[in-house]
Design a binder for this molecule. Structure first.
Ligand SMILES: *Cc1c(COP(=O)(O)O)cnc(C)c1O
Length: 408
């Protein structure tokens, strides 16, 4: 598990909760840096670059911090591109990897000067017809590797909507040739939560085979899938082993390719999952015939991963961390079934205690909503030991902001 200095203590989180109220997302800047440095260290012998997949967490301060430590940015919408530029990223350090967007959105990204990754034949052809080789592109391939902890987040399978199938290589080649497209990158992203290093290696071998069809390549982008531990004993992607094996394979291959090649990655979760803490308050303890429920002042409107992906988030009582452990089922206050965790051993919870969800940095706030007309939580960034408010809690005005009242 994490080093002590890597973790925000219970007492510290209680203070943050008292100062800024709950529910609140708390992010620890230095932990993001630690994770980035782990990646750099693992791939030190390869010409590797990392682009933070910002759909995991896009607060502008987090983006600015990530830019400040020298990491690039991976974006999936034109709005993420715009946020990245606003955060100060050089367009060259941004890669745009959308799927199922129209040509206009691709052109908008091109006009902003970022790296473009095209993920279907139709857009490839339209882009080629319009721009030919005047703007280099990357092509997202689907190598059909079944990987990922969950079917919903596994993107390499046959029925996946992502990427262009490697079986369509001939078709890609025809378009590239006839429109003179300049393909400088090949990309794959097989899905999230890959535990097995050899999956990456299989993918990369397929990518190597593809390179001979593309003479202008400058990089191969292997996307992400780096898994982090959500609880003690959870399997994690062995970054050092991955770094070593991949570096060997890549450097061996790169010798035979006629131009220098870079290895790109797009980690999201790996960089920001563990930096995040979601702090809530226990509203009620409700004992039924079979279960003791803790009802907290949040729900899947704020943290949907447990309900959407069956994800496990470790929950602790930070107000009573010496209390006797008891078995609780932690639920939200939404009028829908929203169970955060069944049968969890937690130090005795009293109404008013603060609970924390760990690993809440990635896909936490970012997937939140205003369901039940509840307000989105505040966000706090901890840097150099100080807590800074980086997003105010919603107010009722935010709920009404874009609504247009008509005469009735
Ligand atoms: C979501 C996504 C990632 C990041 O995935 P994580 O599991 O968060 O690391 C990387 N690349 C692309 C194209 C993505 O859509």
């Amino acid at each position: 598990m994490a080093k002590q200095s890597d973790v925000l203590s219970a007492d510290f989180l209680v203070k943050v909760a008292e100062e800024f109220g709950t529910p609140v997302y708390v992010y620890h800047a230095e932990k993001i840096k630690t994770q980035y440095e782990k990646l750099q260290k693992a791939f030190v012998k390869a010409d590797a670059r990392f682009f933070y997949a910002c759909k995991a967490l896009t607060n502008i301060n987090v983006l600015r911090y990530i830019n400040s430590i020298g990491c690039g940015l991976d974006t999936v919408s034109i709005q993420e591109v715009q946020l990245g530029l606003k955060a100060g990223f050089d367009p060259k350090n941004i890669i745009f990897t959308p799927n199922c967007v129209d040509l206009q959105e691709i052109i908008a990204a091109k006009d902003l000067g970022v790296n473009i990754n095209i993920d279907n034949i139709s857009i490839l052809e339209q882009f080629g017809n319009q721009f030919g080789g005047s703007y280099p592109i990357c092509i997202r391939l689907n190598p059909h590797i079944m990987a990922g902890g969950n079917f919903k987040i596994s993107t390499g399978h046959v029925d996946s909507k992502f990427g262009i199938s490697i079986h369509q290589l001939r078709h890609i080649e025809r378009i590239v040739k006839s429109t003179k497209l300049k393909v400088t990158g090949l990309h794959m992203h097989t899905g999230s939560e890959i535990k097995d290093v050899d999956v990456f290696l299989r993918g990369v071998e397929i990518m190597f085979e593809m390179t001979e069809h593309f003479p202008d390549l400058e990089f191969i982008d292997l996307g992400s899938g780096f898994k982090v531990a959500y609880q003690q004993g959870d399997p994690e992607t062995d970054i050092d082993l991955l770094g070593k094996k991949l570096t060997d394979a890549f450097n061996h291959f790169a010798k035979s390719y006629k131009r220098p090649l870079q290895l790109w990655f797009e980690p999201g979760k790996f960089l920001v999952s563990q930096c995040g803490y979601f702090v809530v308050k226990a509203n009620v303890i409700k004992q039924t015939t079979a279960t003791v429920f803790v009802g907290v002042n949040s729900g899947f409107n704020h943290l949907i991963r447990p309900m959407f992906y069956d994800s496990f988030h470790l929950i602790k009582n930070i107000s009573n961390h010496k209390g006797t452990e008891r078995i609780y089922t932690v639920v939200g206050n939404i009028c829908e079934t929203d169970t955060f965790g069944w049968d969890r051993k937690i130090n005795e919870v009293r109404e008013g205690d603060y609970l924390v969800f760990y690993n809440a940095g990635a896909y936490g706030f970012e997937m939140s909503s205003n369901f039940n007309s509840r307000l989105k939580p505040a966000e706090v960034l901890v840097k150099d030991g100080k807590a800074h408010l980086i997003r105010k809690r919603d107010t009722i005005d935010d709920l009404l902001k874009n609504q247009v009242e008509i005469p009735l």
